[in-house]
Design a protein around this ligand. Structure first.
Ligand SMILES: Cc1cc2nc3c(=O)[nH]c(=O)nc-3n(C[C@H](O)[C@H](O)[C@H](O)COP(=O)(O)O)c2cc1C
Length: 199
């Protein structure tokens, strides 16, 4: 069966070579990201996912802050590689910072004690879904992206810079921009080891 959705799923790849040659403007990209997150399911429809969407100089500033934080902990001889990687993310059009609002998670735990242990897990799963929805929406729009995890080293500096609420926990970063290179090789495991189908 042909499925345009499956074709999009296949098109979504990790793009590290980002540039600024996009025809989409900031408003269009913002709208895509907001809609993708708005329509992502969440446990109890609690909508715990939050996002900070940074463009241009603001995105560059995020990666600069991350660089400064990493410089404190990455061995000097390894830092040049790290810095070059971050410069690559900063070379794009923008970065989405994905958060989960812990005050909502805590409220749910108090309200529904029976599921208390599950809410943090469901929040993480919801965040992953939101990240994937945004990644797919960007893919369809011809925008390249990757998924990064510089939390928690960058959390505090970022919180201060953009006045992010204390209850928002940073979970992932998605730098995006134009596709300026190919994708890495990708291997797939055997279906036989992955799926059990009966009946
Ligand atoms: C939960 C999760 C965490 C990931 N973390 C990182 C990361 O920190 N840095 C990175 O470069 N890629 C990260 N990736 C991207 C994966 O490495 C990538 O999706 C995988 O190798 C398959 O390649 P593809 O995205 O091109 O299909 C992450 C992906 C997932 C789903």
């Amino acid at each position: 069966m042909n499925s345009t959705l499956i074709e999009k799923l296949k098109q979504r790849r990790t793009q590290y070579a980002l540039g600024r040659n996009l025809s989409l403007d900031k408003e269009a990209i913002t709208s895509l990201i907001k809609e993708a997150i708005r329509h992502t399911p969440s446990s109890f429809n609690a909508q715990t996912s939050r996002a900070v969407i940074l463009f241009g100089k603001q995105s560059e500033q995020f990666w600069e802050l991350t660089k400064q934080e990493l410089k404190k902990i990455v061995p000097a001889e390894a830092f040049a590689n790290t810095a070059a990687k971050l410069d690559g993310f900063a070379a794009g059009v923008g970065t989405v910072l994905f958060y989960e609002d812990q005050s909502v998670v805590k409220g749910l735990q108090e309200q529904f004690a029976l599921y208390a242990d599950n809410f943090p897990i469901w929040s993480e799963q919801g965040s992953g879904m939101a990240q994937f929805a945004v990644w797919l929406a960007l893919t369809e729009a011809g925008v390249g992206a990757s998924l990064q995890h510089y939390n928690p080293v960058t959390d505090e500096a970022t919180r201060q810079e953009w006045n992010v609420p204390a209850s928002w926990k940073l979970r992932a970063q998605m730098p995006f921009g134009s596709h300026e290179g190919g994708f890495g090789e990708k291997a797939f495991m055997d279906d036989a080891q992955r799926f059990i189908i009966k009946g």
